[in-house]
Design a protein around this ligand. Structure first.
Ligand code: DC
Length: 221
């Protein structure tokens, strides 16, 4: 990590509030924010669109060579078309945890994230940012919240997207993804030993944001 770089890693399970907090904190400091999950979603879209069988390891390695991330913050482009919103669709959510389990996919995403963050002050959110991608991050936060609270938040988020889902469907998807993301062999979701764990179940959004900002300010001084 070069000396100008300052990384805030925000990890946590699905719908634990990572994105909302990361956006607010990055805005507060006028830093960039990088959503690592969106890259796994992008790879999933790329595989589905190009009918790539990700269970065929040989084909996968070959196909991954041709995959280029076209990320112009905050948007992802595929063949020149913005696909940012499409990455939130139920179709992608159905497969993304399977795709994110594949080691070569993780290597591809991680090397992009590390290169992108070089020399930047940046808030990076995901599942393994503090443990694997940036183990030397200056600040590591791990967000937790009770399952039903996360499901309500995700259902509310989905209602603002063109892919509305019932609370029950949102809850089921979260439960399934959490279980795959937390039990996989490579980079399972878990807090780094030096992460600060924040339970947001009974905190307001502003309280959580203030807490994270204070932690960053302490680390910077
Ligand atoms: O944060 P999200 O829900 O957009 O992430 C989508 C999926 O990507 C999630 O189910 C697990 C995977 N992911 C991961 O394995 N590692 C990360 N650092 C970020 C996301």
């Amino acid at each position: 990590m070069n000396f100008q770089q300052f990384v805030v890693a925000i990890d946590g399970l699905a719908a634990s509030g990572k994105s909302t907090i990361a956006i607010a904190v990055a805005r507060h400091f006028s830093w960039e924010r990088l959503d690592s999950g969106s890259f796994y979603r992008f790879v999933t879209l790329y595989f589905l669109k190009n009918r790539i069988n990700w269970k065929d390891e040989y084909a996968l390695k070959r196909e991954l060579v041709g995959l280029r991330f076209d990320y112009r913050p905050p948007d992802h482009y595929l063949e020149g078309v913005v696909v940012t919103e499409l990455l939130r669709s139920p179709e992608i959510e159905k497969y993304v945890s399977e795709v994110a389990k594949i080691p070569v996919v993780r290597e591809k995403v991680n090397s992009f994230l590390r290169e992108y963050a070089t020399g930047k002050k940046i808030v990076v959110e995901g599942r393994d940012i503090g443990t694997v991608v940036f183990p030397e991050a200056q600040v590591k936060i791990f967000l937790v919240a009770r399952e039903e609270i996360r499901a309500q938040r995700r259902a509310a988020q989905n209602k603002r997207l063109p892919f509305p889902r019932s609370d029950a469907e949102a809850e089921e998807n979260i439960r399934l993804r959490d279980s795959i993301d937390s039990t996989r062999d490579v980079a399972p979701t878990r807090p780094a030993e030096d992460a600060v764990i924040i339970d947001t179940s009974s905190l307001s959004l502003d309280e959580t944001i203030d807490l994270v900002i204070k932690l960053i300010e302490e680390r910077m001084s």
